[in-house]
Design a binder for this molecule. Sequence first.
Ligand code: ADP
Length: 230
Amino acid sequence: MTPAIELDGVSRTYPGGVAALRDVSLRVLPGELMAIVGPSGSGKSTMLHLLGTLDRPTTGRVRVDGRDTGALSDRQVSALRARRIGFVFQRFHLTTGVPARDVVADGLLYAGVPLRDRRRRAERVLVELGLGHRLRHRSHELSGGERQRVAIARAIVGTPGIVLADEPTGNLDTRSGDDVMELLTGLKRSGTAVIVITHNPALAAELPRRVEIVDGRITADIPAVGGGAR
Ligand code: ADP
């Protein structure tokens, strides 16, 4: 099976000489749900940026759906990212004054979908995520958990093959955090690969596969046993 995303011998050295990632190889299959866990400064954000094609490696290859992004222009990479990768961040800044439906519909802007279709698809996803009663609410009228669900809706409305979630429950109470994790877990049913980046070992322990990173290197890759707990 072609990995949804693959790092092959990837290193990233920042100007000034900090080697934030060193010879990292990682294959993530469609429908896989995994955590990347490590202490502060270990290279998680660097890895997130490389997996998200927001940054390019110093050496090595990043493949999305088997395509070597190193062979693509910046424009081509942006187009690939818009179609294939959804992002969920810890602090999602919903544009003030914009109704939830339109925040989500904007997730399809770069896919060239006409406005009416964007809104229809946004409504469908929000209803699926239990926010059918919040379509016209603006960010200040939503709870933290609801906002994060809007962020997830925006990330998945374009049916990406990969969702990258950076500390997605970091600002939420336990119950809202559990809901968010359940939604992310549910994405594997549609074949979406979900990668959760976290410094929280308890959160990582709930996911079927865990990759640990220390000092820019993968120190453990613990696979799902019997398909994973969730
Ligand atoms: P984490 O997300 O696990 O906290 P990072 O990927 O942010 O780790 O950082 C890994 C290492 O790279 C750290 O030593 C950090 O100081 C360094 N680093 C991160 N970004 C930059 C940058 N833009 N320029 C120089 N060094 C950086």
